[in-house]
Design a protein around this ligand. Structure first.
Ligand code: PEP
Ligand code: MN
Length: 339
């Protein structure tokens, strides 16, 4: 249920409502909008009719059910798009597009630093790079783990770019959160509910990728796990889904962008690298994503894609990434975004 407070409701009236929600055994989530505060009450669906009685409290305008199965992620609860802060400077979901770029895997200090400085020079806002890698084959490179996180931290220091990197399991969360500015949940972990719950308790923002086989509704239910466990800072990322098509690694579902923009207030980024699996298709799909309303992009960049330990085929050389950033400008302007 959503408890909509009247436009001039006082702080003490809000506190009374919050306390009453807790007393009824529900979890209150305060959402302060430009005009008014709304309070989401989430918990057992069966007894929710009791919440209707809150309508009689002073300062309450009305109590309405949330129709979507995802509650806190829904536009019903929050009409304006959320703006998610990463580090001191980066804001995802506002007018400015946010570009995350970097290697698939952190391989050496030189490699990640070279990419960080090059993508920064071309106008990227975040550095990406995996230290814990979810690989299909157990014989493939699994990542440098904590050493990789240290390399990323040094690249951040030298480039000034905040770092987004993947966390694969709950036991790694504290370590990854210590080094990273934003924690990535990979496509394969999108329904790892114990990891999602754990990420609800961290103070850093979460970059949640869509799964290979998750519907948009299932995807938003995954975001809901993080939100309802206490972390409101979630950014979504469309990275392609599995279909019958084999000409591309995945089918980049660009239609999810307008759908998500309609039903959730969470920012939506797009990863055309994993979405296509081929460096030649990254640029056109990046343009299309921005034209369709994406709030940002995640792009894999490697100084020597032919030598990359993972995802070389879909990685851009730094010079090609620079070209993409230049050519993206008219698309950003046409979509009413700053770059
Ligand atoms: C990645 O970002 O390198 C990655 C493994 O992505 P995904 O989880 O989308 O496959
Ligand atoms: Mn990759």
């Amino acid at each position: 249920m959503i408890i909509v407070m009247a436009a001039g409701a006082s702080e003490s009236e809000i506190s009374v409502v919050v306390r009453s929600i807790e007393e009824m055994g529900y979890r209150p989530h305060l959402i302060r909008g430009v005009e008014r505060t709304v309070i989401g009450a989430v918990g057992d669906e069966r007894g929710k009719a009791r919440l209707q009685s809150l309508e009689t409290l002073p300062g309450v305008e009305n109590v309405v059910p949330i129709l979507k199965p995802f509650k806190l992620a829904s536009r019903e609860v929050k009409k304006e798009k959320s703006i998610i802060a990463v580090g001191e400077q980066v804001r995802i979901g506002g007018e400015a597009l946010v570009i995350a770029a970097g290697p698939c895997s952190v391989e050496t200090q030189e490699q990640v630093l070279e990419v960080a400085l090059a993508v920064k020079e071309s106008g990227a806002h975040l550095l990406r790079g995996g230290a814990f890698k979810p690989r299909t084959s157990p014989y493939a490179f699994q990542g440098l783990e904590e050493k990789g996180l240290r390399f990323l931290a040094i690249a951040r220091e030298k480039s000034g770019l905040p770092v987004v990197t993947e966390v694969m399991e709950s036991s790694q969360v504290d370590m990854v959160a210590e080094y990273a500015d934003m924690l990535q949940v990979g496509a394969r972990n999108v329904q790892n509910f114990s990891l999602l719950k754990r990420l609800g308790t961290v103070k850093k923002p979460i970059f949640l990728k869509r799964g290979l086989m998750t519907t948009i509704q299932e995807y938003l239910m995954s975001a809901e796990y993080i939100l309802t466990h206490g972390n409101p800072n979630v950014v979504l990322c469309e990275r392609g889904i599995r279909t019958f098509e084999t000409a591309t690694r995945n089918t980049l579902d660009l239609s999810s962008i307008p759908v998500l923009n309609e039903i959730t207030h969470l920012p939506v980024m797009v990863d055309p690298s994993h979405g296509t699996g081929n460096f030649q298709y990254v640029m056109p799909m990046a343009f299309a994503a921005v034209a369709a309303g994406a709030d940002g992009l995640m792009i894999e960049v490697h100084p020597h894609p032919e030598l990359a330990l993972s995802d070389g085929a879909q990685s851009l050389r730094p010079s090609k990434f620079g070209l993409l950033m230049e050519r993206l400008k008219p698309f950003a302007a046409a979509a009413g975004r700053k770059l």
